[in-house]
Design a protein around this ligand. Structure first.
Ligand SMILES: [Zn+2]
Ligand SMILES: [Zn+2]
Length: 748
């Protein structure tokens, strides 16, 4: 806010009378009086005269009631100190909208708290003092404490609201003298609470208590509800609030506790968290105050624990309220997301604004409510505790709630399929612990994997793998579960035998028994090295033929340790283990893999031991045909040992005079092919060499190669940037051409 320079003041409009602002007067009230004294019809005329205009359409006015935009000019025009004018203004945050807020005593308040678009008044005060009191603008002000009358908020003549803009201090825009209006006396004399004398905390306490008393239908807190009833009705409800409960900390807590108890008594089926829902939401004006409300809430819930559990179990009529998503979420202590999922799963029922069930119509989330009836039903089931039941315990801590299966359990709860072990309505769903009975397979002909395993005295996983391997028929059950027919299991038991059973029969450990049986020449049909089974399974018939006692006492080829493999390889001298083959060829294991992959070598697999070997003779042949082949020379060696330059090598490759051969690891060329290629190269010229031999520049040679005398003898190589070669005859041809040309020029 800046004061205007002296020169500008001369041009601003001046008023005749400049009254002093009075105590408890807001800027609009003061302007109302100024307009009246200066014989202007209404404040809007005054503002037009004073040229108060918004410079842009986005500019929010500096008072909620009137379009004041420049306090500096106004202070000059009204001949008042700027600070005084600034203190009386309650600037708005934005120009239009439902959620506008205004600045008052350093805090930002919802505009819904104010009667900002019409006036309320006490006829006696108006005639006695000829001023509009600041208190009257608050919806919380319902009566004049001096005259004990209800404030009027409609013109008794035209029944319209009295406009801030187009009515004068004493007259409605219809002409009715407002101070003569019939007053309504208050029914009961209460404490006088003048909002302008309260601190911000006291005002917030006042709002909190008023909203708790008003009981919004959706169970939440909404300052809008203050503006929805007449001052007379509001006075009946909130008149009982004592000034003491606003001033004093302890009295405020006591008053809150009283209202929480009352809210709880009125809706016991929704649980104690319903009572505290408005406080937990907070007023969203001052965070410190909201935190205080949350502290009060927590204290009350902790104290209320015992009482609450009794209340929910009583057969009170179910709640008929429709709750907002926020309140319902708060009662169950879950996020909106989970609440919507509960609605989707029909644990809770949603209701649209009009009150009809909204499960099919899908209204927008904004006017979606949760039926209090469904919530109190859920609370009822949650309260039926039975800690003694058997089964699998499932707890709903904060992080575990959002599991589809867990939320489904709440559906089961409504059908009494599961029992509640623990639930604290003061905490909500995170405190819930359910007992889920272990499911039995309904058809007695079928066995679960666990049961089948029990019968065969084996691990469930072994049964599962046997079933998946195809040896044991099964059918799918539920999600990722299988069941087995009793008959199929019997047949499996007849045909096949687990090592475990043999061990039991011989009264020895199952360890190594499978190895011993394999050594005795019986091949298993299922097992770790066969098809990834857990345990070895043999054909019962084959095993029965063995002298099992002798087998169990025999020495066997253990598959454990390395000695065994070496032993086997050394027994057959021509077979080499891969590691030995690598040493033999002096290559790395991955190179050996490559050789096998590309077919240079053929590994020999021994299925009984699950290993592959390499034939030594094959390795020797491989070495003889490549590495030790005298006809070959390694390409790397050509460059290093024969001192052939990279350029020459590239020329030979480009001229396609050499072809490389690979042994899978390095590349070779035939020695005689290389020698021939080098010899050939010496018989031809590159462009550079030809240029040196003839003394002509390379560009001329290239031109001649493309269009002139060399066109039919040039050898082109390469693809991207071709390199040209010329036979020796090119020198003579060029010279002839040049001579011919020079003779021609001489003649001309
Ligand atoms: Zn009065
Ligand atoms: Zn009127």
């Amino acid at each position: 806010m800046s004061t205007l320079p002296e020169t500008l003041i001369e041009h601003t409009r001046q008023l005749l009378f400049h009254p002093q602002p009075q105590d408890f007067e807001t800027l609009p009230g003061y302007l109302l009086r100024v307009a009246d004294l200066n014989c202007l019809q209404h404040p809007q005329e005054l503002l037009d005269f004073l040229e108060q205009k918004a410079e842009t359409i986005y500019r929010a006015p500096l008072t909620p009631q009137l379009g004041v935009y420049s306090l500096g000019t106004l202070a000059q025009q009204l001949k008042q100190p700027l600070e005084k004018i600034v203190a009386m203004a309650w600037p708005l945050d934005i120009r239009v909208g439902k959620h506008r807020r205004f600045l008052y005593q350093g805090l930002i308040w919802p505009l819904e708290l104010l009667r900002h678009d019409y006036r309320a008044w006490c006829p006696y005060c108006l005639s006695e003092r000829s001023m509009h009191r600041a208190d009257w603008d608050w919806h919380l002000s319902t009566c004049c404490h001096k005259h004990q009358t209800i404030l009027l908020d409609r013109c008794p003549a035209c029944f319209k609201r009295v406009s801030w803009h187009y009515a004068s201090l004493h007259r409605c825009s219809c002409g009715f003298p407002l101070h003569t209006a019939q007053s309504i006396p208050v029914e009961k004399h209460y404490d006088s609470i003048e909002i302008c004398t309260l601190t911000t905390t006291e005002i917030q306490r006042y709002i909190t208590l008023a909203l708790l008393i008003l009981k919004t239908p959706s169970g939440g807190i909404s300052t809008k509800s203050l503006s929805e009833i007449t001052p007379e009705e509001l006075n009946l409800k909130i008149g009982q609030i004592s000034i003491q409960s606003l001033r004093d900390h302890e009295s405020f807590y006591k008053a809150i506790d009283f209202h929480l108890e009352e809210r709880y008594r009125n809706e016991p089926t929704l649980g104690p968290r319903y009572a505290t829902a408005p406080l937990a939401q907070g007023l969203k004006i001052d965070t410190n105050f909201d935190q205080e409300l949350i502290d009060i809430t927590n204290r009350w819930l902790a104290r209320d624990k015992v009482i609450s559990e009794i209340h929910i179990q009583t057969e009170s009529p179910q709640s008929q309220k429709n709750l907002t998503i926020e309140v319902a979420g708060y009662i169950l202590n879950v996020s909106h997301y989970i609440l919507h999922r509960l609605i989707k799963k029909k644990v809770l029922v949603s209701v649209s604004e009009s009150g009809c069930s909204a499960n099919t119509a899908r209204p927008s989330r904004k006017d979606l409510f949760v039926s209090g009836k469904s919530l109190s039903q859920l609370q009822h089931f949650l309260a039926q505790k039975n800690p003694a039941t058997q089964g699998q315990s499932v707890s709903f801590d904060h992080y575990g709630i959002d599991f589809s299966t867990r939320l489904n359990l709440l559906n089961d709860l409504l059908e009494s399929k599961v029992t509640v072990v623990a639930y604290n309505p003061c905490i909500g769903l995170p405190s819930l612990q359910l007992m889920v009975p272990i499911k039995q397979v309904e058809n007695s002909n079928f066995l679960s994997v666990r049961e089948a395993a029990k019968i065969l005295k084996i691990y469930p996983d072994a049964i599962y793998r046997v079933a998946k391997s195809g040896l044991l028929p099964y059918s799918s059950h539920l999600v990722r579960q299988i069941i087995i027919d009793v008959e199929d299991l019997g047949k499996f038991h007849q045909d096949f035998i687990f090592t475990r059973e043999i061990a039991d029969r011989l009264n020895c450990t199952a360890t190594n028994l499978a190895d011993k049986i394999i050594s005795a020449g019986i091949n298993p049909v299922h097992g770790p090295s066969i098809d990834g089974g857990l345990l070895y399974v043999f054909r019962r018939q084959e095993v029965e033929t063995l002298d099992l006692v002798a087998v169990s006492q025999s020495r066997y080829q253990s598959r454990c340790g390395r000695g065994h493999k070496r032993q086997l390889a050394s027994q057959v001298p021509n077979l080499l283990l891969p590691s030995d083959a690598c040493k033999f060829l002096s290559i790395k294991p991955h190179q050996l893999d490559r050789l096998c992959q590309f077919g240079f070598l053929t590994p020999i697999r021994k299925p009984s031991v699950g290993l592959s070997y390499l034939d030594k003779t094959e390795l020797e042949e491989y070495l003889a045909s490549y590495k030790n082949n005298n006809m070959f020379i390694r390409i790397d060696d050509i460059k290093l040992k024969m001192r052939i330059s990279t350029t020459l090598w590239n020329d030979l490759v480009n001229l396609e005079r050499v072809r490389s051969i690979t042994d899978g690891i390095v590349r070779y060329v035939y020695k005689d092919q290389l020698a021939e290629a080098i010899k050939y190269r010496s018989t031809i010229f590159s462009t550079k060499q030809l240029s040196e031999a003839t003394g002509l520049c390379k560009a001329i040679i290239r031109w001649e190669a493309k269009y002139g005398c060399l066109a039919d003898i040039v050898i082109r190589t390469g693809n991207g940037s071709p390199k040209l070669f010329f036979p020796r005859s090119a020198v003579a041809k060029l010279r002839k051409q040049r001579n011919h040309l020079s003779n021609a020029t001489k003649k001309s």
